[in-house]
Design a protein around this ligand. Structure first.
Ligand SMILES: O=P(O)(O)O[C@H]1O[C@H](CO)[C@@H](O)[C@H]1O
Ligand SMILES: O=c1cc[nH]c(=O)[nH]1
Length: 299
């Protein structure tokens, strides 16, 4: 049975209007959101990823999959907001979120309010990203189950009103399994796995790299940490999963994190693949998520 989006903020019910500042979308009357419903009410999936280029390419990639005949340049609906790119292709939004949880959380709060105002029914949020692998071949696609923070805890920690607030950070298992089942094919030419993910606030020291501007640990200590990650079932490292899992889990919206590994961190720190190779790898989560969305629309 389909369900609407219920956010966990009683203050929203008292707001006569709402301005989604970073998207530059105005909701002038929260009691009558018919204009927003008309523009966004059909959304079934919100896909997010770091760069606007990737999200524009995803929008173009999804057109034939969704049976949309359109060769025109995708329109960035939120260009005027000057922060995030938002493309709408049929019932799918493709949104850029920048690097890390802090920039993603800003647009995620606003997107969750957008789907609520638009009265979308049970939309699924999917991050389509890149990551570092831990003990898996570069090019492997990882669907995150449990998201671990940089302390190797399966939780998201955030200061709120001067206090440390800790929230669970897991993605729904059924959705992970469905994406694997309907998205991955045995002849893809690469592996797609469900595993745990470490999500950090820092690309360098936070991920145990020794090639940042500062590093106060040895190679041996770094390797010991990466082995510790492996013991927790962590196969990849990126920078948004704990925040993404915790916020969507809190509001009961289904979400998934589907990332392609660019490097095996057991073999080094530098992401040295060419931009062309990176773009080829980035297509892999497109095909997995594209097939899953196709399945979603048929059922
Ligand atoms: O490729 P995206 O989606 O940006 O994700 C990964 O790449 C960025 C770091 O290079 C971080 O945002 C990390 O999570
Ligand atoms: O190693 C990597 C590669 C991509 N993104 C990350 O966060 N880490």
């Amino acid at each position: 049975m389909l369900k609407g989006v219920n956010l966990k903020n009683p203050h929203l019910n008292k707001m006569p209007s709402d301005f989604l500042y970073h998207l530059n979308i105005n909701v002038p009357n929260t009691a009558d959101t018919s204009v927003i419903q008309k523009q966004f009410g059909d959304i079934v999936a919100v896909c997010a990823g770091g760069t606007s280029k990737r999200m524009r390419e995803l929008a173009i990639y999804l057109r034939p999959i969704l049976g949309i005949k359109d060769n025109s340049e995708p329109v960035d609906l939120c260009e005027s907001g000057q922060r995030y790119a938002v493309y709408k292709v049929g019932p799918v939004l493709c949104v850029s979120h920048g690097v890390g949880s802090s920039t993603f959380s800003v647009v995620l709060h606003e997107l969750l309010k957008l789907v609520k105002y638009a009265k979308c029914q049970d939309p699924v949020f999917i991050r389509i990203g890149t990551c570092g692998g831990v003990g898996v071949e570069p090019g492997t696609v990882v669907i995150t189950k449990d998201a671990y923070n940089g302390y190797l805890k399966n939780e998201h920690e955030i200061p709120i009103l001067g206090k440390r607030v800790v929230r669970p950070a897991s993605f729904p298992d059924t959705l992970c399994q469905e994406i694997l089942k309907y998205g991955a094919k045995s002849d893809d030419g690469f592996n797609t796995i469900i595993a745990n993910t470490m999500s950090t606030d820092c690309f360098y020291e936070g991920q145990g790299r020794t090639d940042g501007a500062v590093c106060e640990y040895s190679d041996d200590e770094k390797m010991a940490f990466l082995k510790e990650c492996q013991k927790k079932g962590i196969c990849n490292i990126e920078m948004e999963a704990t925040m993404f899992a915790s916020l969507t889990q809190k509001v009961g919206v289904r979400a998934a994190d589907v990332c392609v590994t660019l490097i095996n961190r057991l073999n080094g720190d530098q992401v040295s693949i060419t931009m062309h190779e990176k773009e080829t790898f980035e297509q892999r989560p497109f095909s997995i998520v594209g097939r899953y969305i196709q399945h979603l629309l048929l059922n």
